[in-house]
Ligand binder design. Structure first.
Ligand code: PRP
Length: 207
């Protein structure tokens, strides 16, 4: 088996990703509170690296990780050359345009101000509609932006809807569905195909 490195997101998405390998020969024992970033299962030639969720796709595209587990939101935001191999069917949520009840998502001949963690995605969505936008990129607490007058609307991920509700906002329009995806570096997929297919089989992929 060729050495395969898998990039997992620090936090819930990565911990759940690790669970896919539980009770298989590729399992590693990791304390949830551990600050260690590299875990190896030498017998199975597999290495897990833990990185910032938004960086998983970069590690895979650059080829320092052969595989990665990443939210579809990051795939839609980052224009990166990777293969999307499998929908892992967890981490489910969706992108939405949100704002105050009865608010419109159109501003004819004017600029809509939209706060988001996903500027590229927002620009693409509104470009397709011919709506001019000013994207205000924030790192988090997006729901605060319209409440405090920083933006007209937000584009963000919605899971339970609690954050919107508790801040007096509603979903005005549902956009793409999101879940965790297994991605592969394009060269690795060719050069380490046998090893990658074995991993896919272990985690329930059909290949
Ligand atoms: C995410 C997202 C929403 C919230 C949606 O934020 O940006 O704010 O979760 O979840 P809900 O529909 O279940 O309320 P995150 O928890 O990552 O925090 P952040 O504000 O730091 O981005």
């Amino acid at each position: 088996m060729k050495q395969v490195t898998i990039a997992l997101a620090k936090g819930r998405l990565g911990e759940k990703g690790l669970e896919l390998f539980k009770n298989t020969e590729m399992e590693i024992i990791k304390d949830k509170n551990s600050r260690k970033l590299v875990f190896e299962n030498q017998e199975e030639s597999i290495t897990y690296i833990f990185v910032k969720p938004s960086d998983v796709i970069t590690y895979v595209e650059k080829g320092v990780a052969d595989l990665g587990i990443v939210g579809k939101d990051m795939i839609l935001e980052e224009d990166k050359e990777v293969y999307e191999l499998m929908d892992l069917d967890y981490g489910k949520c969706y992108f939405a345009i949100a704002g105050f009840k009865d608010q419109t998502t159109v501003k004819k001949n004017d600029v809509l101000r939209i706060a988001s963690k996903y500027p590229n995605y927002v620009k693409r969505i509104f470009k397709d509609r011919g709506q001019r936008v000013e994207v205000i990129k924030l790192g988090g607490s997006i729901e605060l932006a319209p409440v405090i007058g920083l933006s007209d609307l937000i584009v963000d991920i919605v899971e339970t809807g609690n954050t919107l509700r508790e801040n007096g906002l509603v979903v005005l329009e549902k956009l793409d569905s999101i879940s965790a995806r297994l991605i592969a570096n394009k060269s690795s997929y060719r050069l380490k195909n046998k090893s990658i297919k074995r991993i896919l089989k272990i985690i329930g992929g059909d290949q």
